[in-house]
Design a protein around this ligand. Structure first.
Ligand SMILES: C[S@@+](CC[C@H](N)C(=O)[O-])C[C@H]1O[C@@H](n2cnc3c(N)ncnc32)[C@H](O)[C@@H]1O
Length: 284
């Protein structure tokens, strides 16, 4: 059985990692200009010993100093670039093995809510292969338009060129938060699946949820996002970097409720190395 990712995985370094961090500290002294550059624009796949050790040190520092904007920039660099594209090429199985196999009770609950709230649009952030969005459009009656948003340009281009999607679906390359602030509308079902908001720092997640609750009701949010196995969600409201990736374990119940939503359903499951939290929230 896989070990479920935890906050302690981000905190406990092996010998090799400790050596890299020490080397990075020296490199930051020797090349302060390069260190500053990497703080502004962190690299998810640094090349060469200097940049690799500098990045190890800077990630360590950012975690100790709780600089969430550093991690958000790091995640964006990963998902926009080659790493995101490699993930995308191997991602299709997740629809069947993660969503269909694990999230049926959550989706049934969502169908009941949609039957009374009757959303007209679906917007999925981090839609990747688009398979879930296509499935939802077919399963939820009354949907008139659907938008799949992803930050990875190559994935979106593949979706735009494919011919297996329902014609009402449009795919866009965009940052999810910025797109909501600029373009989202009321009567929408917002969706994230398999970990997408884990890459948004808390401040921007709050900004997005607050915008939806204040300006775009009625709205439904269906989110399936990972939480660290050692995040005590009954007592700990902070958003904490976890796992090797250092994505954020947000307390989704608290985030939604603090930003003007009612949480009407929550259930956790496990998939591979992740504890996945399904949340359905509705604007008040
Ligand atoms: C872990 S994958 C999940 C993909 C898919 N939903 C699934 O479950 O298989 C995260 C997805 O979110 C996208 N993503 C990451 N940051 C994003 C952002 N700021 N705005 C939009 N999409 C983003 C990535 O490109 C990637 O497709």
């Amino acid at each position: 059985m896989n070990k479920i990712l935890a906050i302690e995985d981000a905190e406990n370094y092996g010998i090799k990692q400790r050596a890299k961090i020490s080397l990075g500290k020296l490199a930051a002294k020797a090349a302060p200009g390069r260190a500053k550059q990497l703080i502004r624009s962190p690299l998810s796949a640094p090349k060469g010993l200097r940049d690799k050790s500098l990045m190890a040190f800077l990630k360590h520092q950012a975690r100790l100093e709780q600089r969430a904007e550093f991690f958000e920039a790091l995640h964006k660099d990963f998902w926009r670039g080659k790493g995101g594209n490699v993930f995308a090429e191997n991602c299709d199985h997740r629809f069947e093995q993660m969503f269909i196999a694990n999230q049926k009770p959550d989706f049934e609950q969502l169908l009941k809510i949609c039957a009374t709230r009757k959303p007209k649009k679906i917007v999925e952030f981090g839609c990747n292969s688009g398979l879930l969005l296509n499935y939802m459009v077919k399963q939820i009656p009354g949907i008139e338009s659907a938008i799949g948003i992803d930050i990875n340009q190559q994935q979106i281009e593949r979706n735009q060129q494919a011919d297996h999607f329902e014609p009402i679906i449009q795919f866009l390359v965009h940052d999810g938060v910025q797109w909501v602030l600029d373009s989202a509308e009321e009567d929408t079902l917002f969706v994230t699946n398999g970990g997408v908001m884990e890459y948004f720092r808390r401040e921007r997640l709050d900004q997005m949820l607050n915008h939806i609750a204040t300006h775009l009701p009625p709205a439904i949010f269906f989110a399936i996002e990972p939480n660290a196995s050692d995040h005590d969600l009954d007592h700990e409201l902070d958003s904490i970097p976890f796992g090797q990736e250092l994505s954020f374990s947000h307390n989704y119940k608290d985030r939604f409720e603090s930003n003007g939503f009612d949480v009407v359903h929550q259930r956790s499951t496990t998939f591979e190395s992740w504890k996945m939290m399904a949340t359905i929230a509705m604007t008040r």
